[in-house]
Design a protein around this ligand. Structure first.
Ligand code: AQP
Length: 345
């Protein structure tokens, strides 16, 4: 099998509270890549149980992420949308990558340190090995590009290290299968670009907007009503200074920088263009403009998500169909990987 040249893979965990950071850092990019790439978008439910074993209503949370993908404009007929646990090969390749990756590589992962906190001894082995499963998700499809937010950069580097070690350690076997110099797994390129690769909390400009932050006022959820969106932006933490003319002048103003970045990403402009438009204005006039823009962009997605969530059978059939198509690719890869490892049968 030759290497795909423009295949995109990315995923989102069904852990509730899907927010504007997930939308701008990931989903909006997923949509944009559809015209130029072959795309595989996954609800990564096996990842969802790494941090918290018992999930409330995992099935509906899985449907909600799929609904967000489709409501945002991903076409499941042209591309693949599915949930990870329906394609068992993810778990199989992740196990093999547990044997490729080195302890030292995983011990450097900052997300594990952040999520496990002071109680690392009590964290699940799954949370520690999470990046190996993520590498398996991507490399099972031999994806060449992965759109993600900035927080996933280190995991993508680990994916590249795993691919390189596999290609190197099994080089002789891989060339027997006719893969030549390019190796078996691609060295995947992350796509982390634009003004909203790290959307920050609305309450603390140095903290990432996150699903697990207890304060709902810290994030805009994709399920928020127009009134909630406007209220959260109105109450977002800012400072008393007017907006400056250049981005350099925002270096020490994280909350202001964050709101400018959000505006820019929603308006599909760069941050400097937004500052040029609003320079000299106070937040009293910028926030209503941002709220109007956010409602304008997010309300149609919210409405479409609700429609889809009212028809769970339809969403389930999209996920099952996507899983059938994903499985075909995954099985081809695993057949070759098993042969490369030298397993019998
Ligand atoms: N604040 C963010 N800004 C930009 N991108 C973000 N992403 C997450 N937060 C931001 C991107 O969203 C995609 C899916 O993330 P995930 O579901 O795998 O989980 P996560 O990164 O753990 O998301 P959260 O919200 O930050 O959850 P918790 O609270 O559990 O830590 C990824 O591409 C991610 O980069």
């Amino acid at each position: 099998m030759g290497q795909p040249t423009n295949r995109v893979f990315s995923g989102i965990q069904p852990t509730g509270n899907l927010h504007l950071g997930n939308y701008l850092g990931a989903i909006k990019k997923f949509v944009a890549l559809q015209d130029s790439h072959e795309c595989i978008y996954c609800v990564v439910d096996l990842h969802a149980v790494t941090a918290q074993l018992v999930q409330d209503d995992l099935k509906n949370q899985t449907r909600e992420i799929a609904a967000a993908f489709i409501a945002s404009g991903i076409d499941p007929a042209k591309h693949i949308v599915f949930n990870q646990s329906q394609v068992r090969e993810h778990a199989e390749l992740a196990w093999l990558f547990n044997c490729v990756a080195r302890m030292g590589w995983l011990q450097r992962m900052t997300q594990f340190k952040d999520k496990a906190g002071k109680n690392a001894q009590n964290a699940s082995v799954g949370l520690f090995a999470y990046p190996n499963l993520m590498a398996a998700d991507i490399l099972l499809y031999r994806a060449t590009h992965v759109p993600v937010g900035d927080d996933q950069k280190q995991h993508l580097e680990l994916t590249r290290d795993i691919a390189a070690k596999f290609n190197n350690d099994f080089a002789a076997k891989i060339s027997e299968f006719g893969h030549g110099d390019e190796g078996y797994f691609p060295i995947t390129d992350p796509i982390i670009e634009g003004p909203a690769t790290r959307v920050m909390s609305l309450r603390a400009g140095n903290n990432k907007m996150s699903k697990s932050e207890p304060s709902d006022m810290s994030r805009i959820n994709l399920t928020d009503s127009a009134d909630d969106i406007a209220k959260k932006i109105r109450k977002a933490k800012t400072d008393p200074e007017p907006l400056p003319e250049t981005m350099d002048e925002l270096a020490d103003r994280p909350e202001a920088r964050n709101l400018i970045g959000i505006y820019a990403a929603l308006a599909e402009k760069n941050s400097q263009e937004v500052l040029t438009e609003f320079a000299g204005q106070q937040f009293g006039s910028f926030k209503p403009a941002l709220a109007e823009l956010a409602v304008d962009k997010l309300a149609p997605i919210n409405a479409e998500m609700r429609k889809l969530m009212d028809d769970p059978d339809h969403v389930d059939s999209i996920l099952a169909d996507g899983a059938d198509r994903a499985r075909l690719i995954a099985q081809d890869t695993m057949k070759e990987v098993r042969e490369i490892f030298g397993f019998l049968g």
